[in-house]
Design a protein around this ligand. Structure first.
Ligand SMILES: [Zn+2]
Length: 113
């Protein structure tokens, strides 16, 4: 597995998560300014659905933990192996979720993330 490329993808994902989380946690008027010029409707959508947003924010933070863990696993040399059972995570799953740190079975056991 090309861990250099995986590390690049993970760092890009981390930056994307931090950017999204920053927009979400900013006060509404500030958030509107941040998203202005990016995609029309972002600010409106945020104001409309705060509850869904909290869920999305929690999910973002969980994904962020996985991305950090996956980066640590690259350092450790265990990238691509499940944190729980130590089995190799199928390549298709790693391609779909480069920050996957659990196999499908253990991910389901951990609440489906
Ligand atoms: Zn496992």
């Amino acid at each position: 597995m090309d861990t250099d490329q995986a590390a690049r993808e993970l760092r890009a994902k981390l930056a994307e998560i931090d950017e999204k989380a920053a927009v979400m946690t900013a006060p509404p008027d500030q958030a509107a300014n941040i998203s202005f010029g990016k995609r029309v409707g972002d600010g409106t959508q945020m104001a409309v659905d705060r509850m869904a947003q909290v869920g999305v924010h929690d999910k973002l933070l969980r994904t962020r933990e996985d991305v950090l863990r996956a980066l640590a696993k690259i350092e450790e040399g265990t990238y691509g192996r499940c944190d729980v059972c130590g089995e190799l995570i199928p390549e298709a799953r790693m391609e779909a979720l480069p920050w996957a740190v659990l196999c499908v079975k253990d991910a389901a056991g951990a609440g489906g993330r």
